[in-house]
Design a protein around this ligand. Structure first.
Ligand code: SAM
Length: 98
């Protein structure tokens, strides 16, 4: 399996908190909506943490004030999640969150 490619990490510092919140839900068939997936790191963590969940990712891939350089981010998301059959990405075109 190809290793995912990330250019930044906005996820790792949240993983312990998510483990605390989601730990008891690992057996459940959840449907999760993630708004703002970027390169897919948080999506991959959630799918690993919740092995029976289905994840819908929504992203403009247009960034925001804190993410000025989004060159190739949608392609990296697609490539990073291509082997995750429990996920789907809906690319939207609403205004970036401020
Ligand atoms: C902080 S990053 C997400 C980081 C990601 N969850 C992770 O942990 O790797 C924020 C993302 O939200 C997306 N975004 C900003 N405004 C949005 C909107 N209105 N709808 C959907 N996505 C949006 C940006 O394109 C960016 O990819």
């Amino acid at each position: 399996m190809v290793n995912p490619v990330f250019t930044s990490d906005m996820t790792s510092n949240k993983v312990e908190t998510w483990r605390h919140i989601f730990g008891s839900m690992a057996h459940r068939q959840l449907s999760i909506l993630e708004v703002g997936s970027y390169e897919g790191r948080s999506a991959i963590v959630l799918l690993e943490m919740l092995p029976h969940a289905h994840l819908t990712c929504v992203d403009t891939f247009a960034g925001g004030p804190d993410l000025p350089d989004l060159d190739g981010v949608e392609e990296r998301f697609d490539s990073n999640l291509v082997r995750c059959p429990r996920s789907i990405c809906l690319s939207n075109n609403v205004a970036p969150m401020t």
